[in-house]
Design a protein around this ligand. Sequence first.
Ligand code: NOJ
Length: 547
Amino acid sequence: MTDFKKKVIYQIYPKSFKDSDGDGVGDIQGIIEKLPYLQKLGIEMIWFNPFYPSPQNDNGYDISDYCQIDPLFGTMTDFERLISEMEKFGIEMMLDMVFNHTSTKHVWFQRALAGEKKYQKYYILRPAKANGDLPTNWVSKFGGHAWQKFGETDLYYLHLYDVTQADLDWRNPDVRQELYRVINFWRNKGVKGFRFDVINVIGKAEELLDDPTGDGKKMYTDQPIIHEYLQEMNRQTFGQDARIITVGEMSATTVENCILYSQTERKELTMTFNFHHLKVDYPNGEKWQEGTFDFEQLKDLLHGWGQRMSAEGGWNALFWNNHDQPRALTRFLDDKNYRVEGAKLLAAAIHLSRGTPYIYQGEEIGMTDPKFDKLADYRDIETLNAYKKLQLMGYSEAKIMRIIQAKSRDNSRTPMQWSDEPSAGFSTGEPWLPVAENYQKINVETELDHGSIFSFYQRLIQLRKNHLVISEGSYTAYATEHPQIYGYIRSFKKQRLLVLNNFFEKAEPVPLPAEFISGKLLVGNYPEAERKAMITLRPYETLAILI
Ligand code: NOJ
């Protein structure tokens, strides 16, 4: 039995979890205070977004030192206390490894700029084309060109993200060794999980070419060499300890590659995050546009990935929310009239599925997107860049704000809502990002007092620990043609679990296979109803029947 399949992972965005010293930014001490809460929830591992030294241009994904703690969050001693406290609560630690790029403030980049050849070879530096054009026509994922002048030289450095995030050259074995040392450094401190940031874009070719038809993505994403890099990294680092769990964040990936990245016998990663199901409200693939949620597409994607990963031995990380996504409850459902039902529906839809579920902080109390109405409330660099771009496109202020309100990454980054005290009990100071306006109604204290979402999550987490059909079972799509229902059947030995989710407000009948009519209702978000060959799912109803 593989233990990791029974675990649920909780994601903490340290900046916004709990501030212990009143500077408005969450910190390690704050996290320690809240460990009993997380133990109560039942999770067994926490993934922390980066808390290493960083200029914070991309909220910690621009790292200037991989093996230290940013004073904003605490000290190395605080970190060591955190890991030992977590141990007492039976919770393991997963750290974020941002290895595609470093901050331009990292000493490697600084030494490269100062002329040291050794460090210049750490980055991807290229001359302009003969006609003076940039080395390639690639576009940065945060907007604008992906190349920036390298100091006073004639060269340019590649940055697939912000201009302060310079891409590392993985073709250089010294770079790889440096990064493996980072993993082993944290392993020695007791870290048992690693999340690899945008790891499927690390494999750039020696000769970089223009993308004749796009933004450059296809020239560097999921390149075959990445599998070799991952195997080497696995051998030299975490692969030496069978208890370690790894997850790769995969940008614009394919199911074929994710199967390869995650098949146990290939010794690459434990599992992969992909984002296709979170682009079902992007009109023509464009994020920064108003769009409606395409349920058919969502269902087809979840089924496609669920079935292929199941049939071919891959393993999915299952999630609706993270620090880069608006909250799914606001985005896909009706968070005004059906917040509680909706939160449970989303939870059950992934927690009963095949893969490892992740809970993003606040999801377990049904937090929603804030309603910021002015640009000054936003902090995220991608959002601020998008604002400028939309202005250049001639959009009205009202339209730009509507788009940003729906799409900004700050939607999920607002402070955790602990209580109805000022700043939601997150901080005694001014939070670095405003708290969502509904904190007096939606907060941990109220939820634990008389809410039912948290306890629903507790139940789902326990069910995964106790039922092999959930942790190990195969995945088969069910009722694929139904316009409102996302359903699947999990099977393990003689056990079967049917999971039905009505993603809409309208009550809808759905056929029930005869053998499930007398099955046991394992979990649901409504009182149990009579079952016949057809059952009617109520607004946003989820239910799971075990036979
Ligand atoms: C993905 C991270 O989740 C995101 O927050 C970050 O901006 C990019 N990678 C670049 O590191």
